[in-house]
Design a protein around this ligand. Structure first.
Ligand SMILES: NC(=O)c1ccc[n+]([C@@H]2O[C@H](COP(=O)([O-])OP(=O)(O)OC[C@H]3O[C@@H](n4cnc5c(N)ncnc54)[C@H](O)[C@@H]3O)[C@@H](O)[C@H]2O)c1
Ligand SMILES: C[C@@H](O)[C@H](N)C(=O)O
Length: 343
C-alpha cells in the first residue's frame, strides 16, 4: 500500500509499505479522507510541533475517517463495511491520568503523526476498535475526518467552561478557531467575537455567525474588545499561536473570566502580570488535544449544529500529498484534504 511520509522539512515522499494485520482488539480501516492540520504544517514547515520534533521520517495525518475492511478476533460491535472516524490518540490505559479518565494527558499515549508514531496518510490503518466511531448515514467520511479538529474545539470550550449567554473571543480563524466558534455557539454562547489578520478568514467567520470581526494587524485587539464589551469578554479561546495576540489575551477578558490557550506559539514564553491575574481573578488554562469528545462531535455534525465540509478549500489524492502541503501553507487556505483511496 502507499503512504505519504514526511522525510524532512518540506520533503514528502510516497512510499510503499506492507498492509496492516489487526491485533485481536483492532480493526483495519480503508482510509478515505484525511484533513491537513495546522500541526502537520508545523512539522512540514519547521520540523517540529510545539516541543515534538520530527526526528524520524513519519507518515503524517491524524484527522481521518474511512471504512472497516477487517476486524480482529475479539472485536464485537464493529463490522466490516462500517464507516468510522478514527480517534488518533491511543492512551496506555494504566497510568494515573488514564485511571482518572484524563487520558489525553497520558504520558505514554501513541498519537497519529506525532513522531515516531505514524499517521493516517496511508491506504490502510489497523486501529483499536474502541478508538473508532461509527458515522451515521448523514455524515460523510470527509466530515467524519474533521471530528478531530472539532474535538479540539469541544475540549477547548469545556476547558473554558463556555456556557449559556457567554461572550467569547476567538483569536485565530484557522479551522481550530472557526470550530471553536461553532462549538461555543453550540454550548450556548450568545456572541462570539473573532480576530485574525487575513480578511478571507474573517469573512468566513462572519458568514458562519461571528458577531464581530477584528483585524489585529489594523487595530488594537484590546481597544476593539473594549468598545464591543462592558469590560471584556467572558472567555478567550486563543487559537492563533501568535505571540502578539497571546500577550493581549489577559487584557481582553473581564474580571473573573477565563483564557484558554490552544494555539502553539514558536516562542512558548508568556510574560505574566501576576498582580493582574490576582486582582482580576483570571483563570488561565491550557487545552491539550481532547478526551471523550468524538460522540459529541458526531452528534453536532449529524444534527447540523456544526457544518464542516465548507471549510475544505481543496482535495487532492494521496500521491499529491507534497503538493497539498505546499498549497495548505498559503495563509488564505483554511483546510486542505487528502482523498486517500480516491473516494
Ligand atoms: N492545543 C491543541 O491540542 C491543539 C490541537 C490542534 C491544533 N493546535 C494548534 O492550534 C493552532 C491553530 O490551528 P489551525 O489548524 O487552526 O492553524 P492555522 O494556522 O490554520 O490558524 C491560525 C490562524 O491564526 C491567524 N493568525 C496569525 N497571526 C495572527 C495574529 N497576529 N492575530 C490574529 N490571528 C492571527 C492566522 O491567519 C490563521 O488564520 C495551531 O498553532 C495548531 O498547532 C493545538
Ligand atoms: C490534537 C492534534 O490535532 C494536534 N495537532 C496534536 O498533534 O497534538
Amino acid at each position: 500500500m502507499q503512504a505519504a511520509v514526511l522525510e524532512d522539512e518540506r520533503t514528502v515522499r510516497i512510499e510503499t509499505r506492507d498492509g496492516p494485520t489487526p491485533a485481536a482488539d483492532a480493526v483495519v480501516v480503508r482510509i478515505e479522507h484525511v484533513g491537513i492540520c495546522g500541526s502537520d504544517m508545523h512539522y512540514y514547515e519547521h520540523g517540529h510541533n510545539g516541543d515534538n520534533e520530527l526526528d524520524v521520517p513519519t507518515i503524517m495525518g491524524h484527522e481521518s475517517a474511512g471504512t472497516i475492511v477487517e476486524t480482529g478476533a475479539d472485536v464485537t460491535g464493529s463490522s466490516v463495511g462500517d464507516r468510522v472516524a478514527l480517534e488518533p490518540g491511543v492512551p496506555c490505559g494504566s497510568c494515573r491520568y488514564c485511571d482518572i479518565d484524563e487520558y489525553n494527558l497520558c504520558e505514554d499515549v501513541r498519537f497519529m503523526a506525532s513522531p515516531p508514531d505514524d499517521g493516517a496518510l496511508v491506504e490502510y490503518v489497523a486501529w483499536p476498535a474502541q478508538r473508532t466511531y461509527s458515522l451515521p448515514e448523514s455524515v460523510s467520511t470527509r466530515a467524519g475526518a474533521l471530528c478531530e479538529p472539532l474535538s479540539v474545539a469541544i475540549h477547548a470550550n469545556r476547558r473554558g467552561n463556555v456556557g449559556s449567554g457567554d461572550t467569547v473571543l476567538v483569536t485565530g480563524c484557522g479551522p481550530i478557531g472557526l470550530l471553536c466558534m461553532d462549538a461555543a455557539y453550540a454550548a450556548g454562547a450568545e456572541d462570539v467575537i473573532v480576530a485574525d489578520i487575513v480578511e478571507r478568514k474573517l469573512e468566513l467567520a462572519t458568514e458562519r455567525g461571528a458577531a464581530h470581526a477584528i483585524r489585529t494587524d489594523e487595530r488594537s485587539l484590546v481597544d476593539a474588545v473594549d468598545e464591543l464589551t462592558d469590560g471584556g469578554v467572558d472567555v478567550v479561546l486563543e487559537c492563533s499561536g501568535a505571540e502578539a495576540v497571546i500577550d493581549r489575551t489577559v487584557e481582553s477578558v473581564r474580571k473573573g473570566g477565563q483564557v484558554v490557550f490552544v494555539g502553539l506559539p514558536q516562542d512558548p514564553e508568556l510574560p505574566t502580570d501576576v498582580f493582574g491575574l490576582i486582582d482580576n481573578e483570571l483563570d488561565i488554562s491550557g487545552s491539550f488535544r481532547f478526551r471523550n469528545t468524538y460522540a459529541e462531535a458526531i452528534e453536532l455534525l449529524a444534527s447540523g449544529a456544526v457544518e464542516v465540509e465548507s471549510l475544505v478549500d481543496f482535495e487532492l489524492p494521496l500521491v499529491d500529498t507534497g503538493r497539498a502541503f505546499e498549497r495548505a501553507a498559503d495563509p488564505e487556505v483554511v483546510k486542505g484534504m487528502i482523498a486517500v483511496n480516491g473516494t
